[in-house]
Design a protein around this ligand. Structure first.
Ligand SMILES: Cc1cc2nc3c(=O)[nH]c(=O)nc-3n(C[C@H](O)[C@H](O)[C@H](O)COP(=O)(O)O)c2cc1C
Length: 181
């Protein structure tokens, strides 16, 4: 056991602790003033069914932050378990993340990475101060599931992971909560 409740938070240890919360991996993408932008995020999450809202957060020192703030439409794509290379490509700062990828667009005009599990089409809803990150809440205007039943790429403790191919039991009260499905 490691108990850090009485000490000032050490950034590395705090990060390691938060890394124990497993997530999927998504790529956010948009075109702003003729420039295609994209970034890998693990901060994507569902928020609200009515209205349909999702969120992600972007580091204040991210090259793309001013462009994400200016975007009037964007896409959020969930990556499949085979897409580690694509995740790494969109996690490189700035540069030509889209070079060599086939041109593909969501219904709202946002560029899309290849071979994704699902994409959401979004428009900005609200932004919030998130300390060294900015929190973006987006309204979902449409979505497409490209590969029903395909398995997602996971991120846990600073490493990519894959789902074990055996199902666990259902979570309780799955009619009540958006965050249990
Ligand atoms: C698995 C994974 C998850 C990430 N999640 C986030 C995130 O939620 N927010 C963020 O700001 N950066 C995240 N990053 C880092 C960004 O992808 C990276 O900083 C990228 O360079 C940002 O693009 P930009 O600098 O061109 O704006 C993540 C990277 C990886 C590999």
């Amino acid at each position: 056991m490691s108990d850090n409740t009485d000490t000032k938070l050490d950034a590395r240890a705090f990060r390691n602790a938060l890394g124990l919360f497993a997530t999927g991996v998504a790529i956010i993408s948009a075109e702003v003033d003729g420039n295609r932008i994209g970034a890998t995020v693990s901060s994507f999450n569902s928020v609200s069914l009515d209205p349909p809202l999702v969120l992600f957060s972007i580091a204040r020192n991210a090259y793309g932050l001013p462009l994400w703030k200016a975007a009037r439409a964007l896409a959020i794509s969930v990556l499949g378990e085979h897409q580690i290379e694509l995740s790494n490509r969109f996690a490189r700062a700035a540069g030509s993340k889209w070079d060599g990828l086939a041109e593909r667009r969501a219904g709202n005009g946002s560029p899309l990475p290849p071979d994704i599990l699902i994409h959401l089409e979004c428009r900005p809803y609200a932004t919030y101060d998130g300390g060294d990150h900015e929190i973006f809440v987006c309204e979902v205007t449409g979505y497409t599931i490209h590969h029903p039943g395909a398995l997602p790429l996971l991120f846990f403790s600073g490493r990519y992971k894959r789902l074990a191919h055996d199902d666990g039991p259902r979570a309780p009260d799955d009619n009540l909560w958006l965050h249990g499905w």
